[in-house]
Design a protein around this ligand. Structure first.
Ligand code: FAD
Length: 398
């Protein structure tokens, strides 16, 4: 039986960072993962360039039943702290858009940095390791039965993530441990995920697969995002849709403004005055992709007329169609393609300063396994770093 000060389950973003920080502060840490490689999601993230944080991190960018929970950790370990660390490793980065910071070169650099940080902290890392059971003894030790070994520690950190992308090792392990120790787990659902559409609409829009447009998208609860929308062969995607999917509940609609940068009414009036014989289709193609205009015309949403023939009632109808398109998604693509999992371990059960379970001394939850989910754009990794850092401080405090 091997004894450690702390055992961290999950060598993803949160687990590696927490193990490294605690190790560097002097704790003897064991980091476990059932996968072949550490940081598998990091490697896939940001199209292989890892959007590792965001310059505009703020608590309002996180969804949780307890919106105050994330504030303390985000304030104590900020995006600037992580940017500093990335700088120390000489990793070049750039802002892509909306404060989203990506590696210039490769996400592998972030994983290599975290591995190096773990080595600096003398962390013992065991990959391809199945955890068969977790028990807490009367002496307040956590005893983990692994395939081929038994390991013990006074502190157990669960950093096993959510359910998104089972192909990258996602599992319900963290929720099961939470339930085993009597913690409430809130219902989970896929977030940052494409929408699927009902049959007739899907078939009608399939010709648009690959078309991307700037948009403003609004959920029924009033949440708004201004980002690009992408038509796909399964439905709707792109950053606008991924963002709003986290605020969408089954059965609800979303409203889409396909012309957020244009006052369509004024544009049509102006064009009518200048070119009365111009077709409405060609006029709209000045503002929207031609394929989209043609498709909407075939669907009868855009009348086949010259501008001079467009009466004010039809113009109003057209403006409504293009700036307030109401779509009722059939569903989402689910955990298979979702970037995150909403819900999870109820944060009311945890200390926001240490991430320790209030009623189970020595048991900690960090990262995505808990009910804190960020927007698209580096917010989720920042939560992984910040919650891991807060936990690591607590691991070495006592
Ligand atoms: P994870 O990174 O999921 O790590 C959990 C670890 O636990 C995994 O290594 C897993 O193998 C291990 N594990 C699970 N079950 C067990 C078990 N039973 N036994 C042992 N080990 C186990 N966020 C951003 O901020 N920016 C991005 O660019 C970005 N891109 C993304 C791209 C993709 C394709 C995906 C899927 C997600 C992306 N995200 C991004 C979200 C981000 O990856 C997660 O929020 C983040 O990885 C969560 O970190 P975590 O450490 O909590 O969990």
């Amino acid at each position: 039986m091997e004894r450690f000060d702390a055992i961290v389950v999950g060598a993803g973003a949160a687990g590696m960072f927490c193990a490294a920080q605690a190790g560097q502060a002097g704790a003897r840490v064991l980091l476990l993962d059932n996968g072949k490689k550490p940081g598998r999601k990091i490697l896939m993230s940001g199209g292989g360039r890892c959007n590792f944080t965001n310059m505009y991190v703020e608590p309002a960018a996180y969804l949780s039943q307890n919106p105050h929970f994330c504030k303390s950790a985000l304030a104590r370990y900020t995006q600037w702290d992580f940017i500093d660390l990335v700088g120390k490793y000489g990793i070049a980065w750039h802002e892509k858009t909306l404060g989203q910071l990506f590696c210039d070169d490769s996400a592998e650099q972030i994983v290599a940095m975290l591995v190096a940080e773990c080595e600096k902290g003398n962390v013992t890392t065991r990959l391809r390791t199945e955890i068969i059971s977790v028990e807490r003894t009367e002496d307040e030790d956590y005893v983990l039965q692994l395939n081929g070994a038994t390991v013990v520690a006074k502190k157990l950190v669960i950093a096993s993530g959510g359910l998104s992308m089972p192909g990258l090792g996602a599992s319900p392990f963290g929720y099961k441990i939470a339930e085993q120790f009597g913690l409430k787990v809130l219902p989970t659902r896929a977030g940052l995920v494409p929408f699927t559409l009902h049959k007739p609409l899907l078939e009608q829009l399939q010709v648009l697969s690959g078309v991307s447009v700037p948009s403003v998208i609004t959920a029924d609860d009033g949440t708004v995002f201004r980002e690009n929308l992408l038509f796909t062969h399964r439905g709707l995607s792109g950053p606008a849709v991924l963002q709003i999917s986290s605020y969408w509940q089954s059965g609800e609609f979303v409203s889409i403004n396909l012309l957020p940068e244009c006052d369509l009414d004024a544009f049509l009036d102006e064009q009518r005055n200048a070119h009365p014989n111009q077709s409405l289709k060609n006029t709209l193609a000045m503002q929207l992709p031609k394929r989209l205009v043609e498709c909407l015309q075939q669907l009868g949403q855009i009348p086949d007329v010259q501008l001079k023939q467009l009466n004010s009632k039809d113009q109003q109808q057209l403006v409504e169609t293009l700036t307030c398109w109401r779509v009722q998604p059939n569903g989402t693509e689910g955990y298979r393609t979702a970037e995150v999992t909403l819900g999870g371990v109820d944060t009311h059960e945890l200390s926001s300063r240490t991430m320790e379970a209030r009623n189970v001394p020595g048991l900690y939850f960090i990262g995505e396994v808990m009910d804190v989910t960020g927007w698209l754009g580096g917010y989720n990794f920042q939560w992984a770093w910040a919650s891991a850092w807060a936990c690591a401080q607590a691991l070495v405090e006592a």
